[in-house]
Design a protein around this ligand. Structure first.
Ligand code: PNS
Length: 164
């Protein structure tokens, strides 16, 4: 049987409710979804890969067709190695679209059979970014609605340590 596997790539530094919404929606569209932590050469992550893997694992627990992985190379090489057919990305704004369209073009040129699917962000979540979570915590703001409930306490604790 042909299993349709999608990959939700990102830095997830940390995973947010915006990411989780996209992952939930992708899990309804595909047989299997892999949440894939990758390196973004334009960003220096605050959290270790292990920490991010752990937080994603806790957040996706209710979803039995979703798993998490880390890859240090090109996204498209992971796609080919794991016989995935699609890349799923959430779009919050024109800026997101502009960037993601470029990425999807590069990936399409590298592997024409892999399709990128854009899901518009939930209207209640278009403001959520990992950077906002980190910035708010630094100045004592409330992140309760920004981060998955399953990891909220831990994220607050770790961010408090980092900001000491
Ligand atoms: O959450 P982000 O930071 O917007 O995710 C961007 C990410 C990590 C998905 C992107 O930088 C990426 O795909 N990195 C892996 C390297 C790669 O395949 N680049 C595309 C061709 S240059």
């Amino acid at each position: 049987m042909y299993i349709k596997i999608a990959v939700c790539p990102g830095s997830f530094d940390p995973i947010t409710n915006g990411h989780l919404d996209i992952i939930y929606r992708a899990s309804k569209l595909f047989d299997k979804v892999v949440v894939l932590i990758l390196n973004n050469p334009q960003k220096k992550p605050m959290f270790s890969v292990e920490q991010r893997l752990d937080w994603i694992n806790s957040s996706i627990k209710p979803l039995n067709n979703v798993s998490v992985d880390y890859w240090s190379g090109l996204l498209i090489d992971y796609i080919k190695k794991n016989s995935a057919c699609s890349i799923v990305k959430g779009i919050r704004s024109f800026q997101d679209f502009d960037y993601e369209l470029q990425m999807s073009t590069v990936n399409k040129l590298l592997e024409p059979s892999a399709e990128t699917i854009f899901l518009p962000a939930d209207p209640d979540k278009t403001h959520i970014t990992s950077t906002l979570v980190k910035d708010l915590c630094r100045i004592g703001g409330n992140i309760d609605n920004l981060v998955p409930k399953a990891i909220l306490k831990d994220v607050k604790k770790v961010l408090e340590e980092v900001n000491k």
